[in-house]
Design a binder for this molecule. Sequence first.
Ligand code: NAD
Ligand code: IPM
Ligand code: MN
Length: 335
Amino acid sequence: MKVVFLPGDGIGPEVVAEARKVLVAVVPDLEASEHLIGFDALAQDGDALPPVTLAACEEADGVLLGAVGSGDYSWSTSNPEDGMFSLRRALDVYANVRPFRTAEIDLLIVRELVGGLYFGERGTRADGTVYDTCEYRPDQVDRVLRRGFELARSRRGKLTSVDKANVLATSRMWRERALALAADYPDVELDHLLVDTAAMRLVQAPESFDVIVTENTFGDILSDIAAALSGGLGLAASASLGDSGPGLFEPVHGTAPDIAGQGIANPTAAIRSVAMLLEHGLDLPDQAARLEAALDRAATTVRTRDQGGSASTAELGDAVVAALDADPSKEPADA
Ligand code: NAD
Ligand code: IPM
Ligand code: MN
């Protein structure tokens, strides 16, 4: 099993080190490699996603990314985040699945990841006007909507499609496609919400949602709201999945420049992303569940600063490994 680690910038390397430690504890014969993406890649190669990094990712069973974006790159026409956009696009991981869970909330956001405003034409006109365009093809919309329907079917059977159909042409097409596809999923209850209302309802009644499916920009914003409601960005993981080929697994958070280099970032989001990699990338759902359980046990006593404690990033990673070792359901290595 081949996994590529892309630590990236800021707290990325700090949380990926713990994620790697934990993954090796679960899958000791892992074939792991580490590659550059983001600022260091840009500084070293002039390319935020060097060809060697992309080639390694394409051959892997899964890719674990920390975060990218920080540093002074004013000398470059590109930025560290471009490396991540290129990687998402190259792997065609169009469905970014972001689970949020507390005692009351059990919500999944499915965010379209390789289209919309992020990838539309942008530019500057002679008069100084600057523009970004939002475009979607019907097939791009259908495939992520289908992913939403399928995930809803495997859970509580409720799918909320979020758009801005009262204003945007892309949203009107999104809603039409959702209505058309619903015929194929009679066991899923579909409803539609405008994105502003969805934001309000997320804050007021997060427990009323099962699966939310939405376009790229709306999904980005709604997922930080959902993170804030469920323990903060330090906990929120994601899996970016295509139809075939490796998935890209990454925390929802960024490089956290305000705490980078101090060893205090919460590695939980990265470790939960490892659990998603075990489930979706390596097809080891039992090991994913075992890791989630170990993380829950470790987190009851070892808390980083964002969770009101004083543990370091590495102390939480070590506690998760210790909880895995103490797991009574663990199979002996020579079984
Ligand atoms: P951020 O997510 O990096 O940080 C927001 C806040 O959350 C900060 O106060 C930070 O300290 C806190 N935080 C985030 N992760 C944490 C963790 N694991 N433990 C404890 N606290 C944590 O968002 P930002 O500051 O707006 O962005 C910083 C940079 O990160 C930007 O360049 C942005 O483009 C980039 N970014 C990258 C990704 C990614 O690579 N997937 C995602 C989001 C933002
Ligand atoms: C995320 C991040 C990125 C995004 C940024 C860093 C461009 O916020 O993965 O949620 O908007 O996709
Ligand atoms: Mn985001």
